[in-house]
Write a protein that binds this ligand. Structure first.
Ligand SMILES: O=C([O-])CC(=O)C(=O)O
Ligand SMILES: [Mg+2]
Length: 208
């Protein structure tokens, strides 16, 4: 299994733990549909607020399985994508779209079964002027994202795994998931074992 497929089997919280809580996008960037997760390599685009022509160019240049990450500078009053733009991304085979900005046509989007993460929704469209840059380092949700970094998102939010760390993060995240599952089996068996767990934790962390 390649690293993307292996990461798909792990919750985003465990990936975050493997990164010591670093590299989480702002928690206000949320999934439109909590049931859908996204894992793939970032294609980045930086746009000028209110202008989304380069979003289309970036998706045209992306490979199937990539995640389009849009730096719209948190602009909340015109949509970086509507349902039609997202249907283009889906048709082109992109794994999903993450936006530091907003979308529109949200009801049609929810019918698409396609992972989209954004700060919210608005009514107005963007213009098509073409300002911006494709596949450059961007800031999205106050986090630096380089083209090719792995984007990992689910109901809890989005984290970015920098390229150089991906093997290490995969191993640590797999280990964390295993530990979480073992802990549940061990501790959640009775009222007494739940009490003992908390007592041990308090004793171990008690300040002098
Ligand atoms: O055309 C746009 O920029 C936004 C829109 O409504 C869509 O994609 O459906
Ligand atoms: Mg539309």
């Amino acid at each position: 299994m390649n690293i993307i497929d292996q990461l798909k089997e792990i919750p985003t919280t465990c990936v975050s733990d493997a990164l010591n809580g670093q590299n989480s996008l702002d928690s206000t960037i949320k999934p439109l549909d909590e049931q859908l997760k996204v894992v793939g390599r970032a294609v980045t685009v930086k746009i000028s607020p209110g202008d989304n022509l380069l979003v289309l160019k970036a998706m045209r240049e992306a490979n199937p399985g990539d995640v389009l990450v849009i730096d719209a500078k948190s602009y909340m009053d015109s949509a970086s994508c509507g349902d039609f733009n997202l249907k283009l991304a889906q048709k082109l085979g992109l794994a999903g779209v993450v936006i530091d900005g907003v979308v529109r046509d949200v009801l049609a989007m929810k019918e698409m079964n396609y992972p989209v993460f954004a700060r919210g929704v608005c009514t107005a469209a963007s213009k098509k002027y073409g300002a911006g840059e494709i596949n450059v380092p961007i800031s999205c949700g106050a986090t630096v994202i380089q083209p090719g970094d792995i984007i990992h998102g689910d109901a809890d939010g989005v984290v970015v795994i920098p390229r150089g760390l991906e093997e290490d993060v995969l191993k640590k995240a797999q280990e964390k998931l295993k530990q979480d599952m073992e802990r549940e089996e061990r501790i959640l068996t009775s009222r007494e074992s739940a009490q003992q767990y908390i007592d041990r934790l308090l004793a171990a962390n008690r300040k002098a």
